[in-house]
Design a protein around this ligand. Structure first.
Ligand SMILES: [Fe+2]
Length: 203
């Protein structure tokens, strides 16, 4: 007879368009003071700190996980507040999965955003995310979400529990290769002059 006591219970979740996750097992908040170096316009970032304080929550994540094992999933919601820093929009720090081949699904529940995706060898994609849209992020793509609207950008995500996140990769590269910036049509992308190439792939 096989042991079943270590098999997790199924998760029964309720997901609100505001990102509320009934059935959550945890989560975290990211505060403005933790975003140093993320935005190119350091003066604009400092002004935001002066105005809102380092403790202002800029995004938060609600999660359901029942195992960290290979093959298990982490399911959750991400709620990214709107804002702007110079001509850049509020965004997440972004990462590559520590196990870089691990993929991820994002499904937009509310708000208006962009998923910025880059490979280490120079491919780049900026995909609009509006309610109903989903992005399948393959392994080996650096990814970050950006709120280009005036309301919170809420996504439902799902990724392998053993994926992990490498947050230093982007900082070490001087930022992602592309910037998502405000323009007369809403937003556009522009090469980031500070980007030095990703680790192991310096140009
Ligand atoms: Fe991810």
């Amino acid at each position: 007879m096989t042991a079943t006591s270590s098999v997790p219970e199924p998760g029964a979740l309720l997901v609100g368009v505001d990102g509320a996750l009934h059935g959550r097992t945890g989560g975290y908040q990211k505060r403005l003071g933790e975003m140093a170096g993320v935005y190119r316009d350091a003066a604009a970032y400092r002004r935001a700190l002066d105005e809102h304080g380092a403790g202002q929550v800029v995004y938060h994540v609600e999660e359901h996980r029942n195992s960290g094992d290979e093959g298990a999933l982490i399911i959750g919601t991400s709620i990214l507040q709107p804002g702007s820093y110079g001509d850049e929009f509020a965004m997440t720090r972004g990462h590559l999965h520590r196990k870089a081949d691990r993929a991820e699904l994002y499904h937009c529940l509310s708000g208006r955003g962009v998923m910025l995706l880059e490979t280490l060898d120079g491919r780049s994609r900026a995909l609009p995310i509006t309610p109903g849209a989903a992005v399948h992020v393959p392994g080996h793509w650096v990814h970050r979400s950006i709120n280009v609207g005036d309301e919170p950008l809420v996504t439902l995500f799902c990724y392998p529990a053993d994926a992990g996140q490498d947050y230093e990769l982007i900082a070490d590269a001087g930022g992602m290769a592309q910037l998502v910036v405000r323009d007369e049509d809403g937003w556009t992308t522009r090469p980031n002059p500070d980007h030095t190439g990703y680790r192991g792939q310096q140009r």
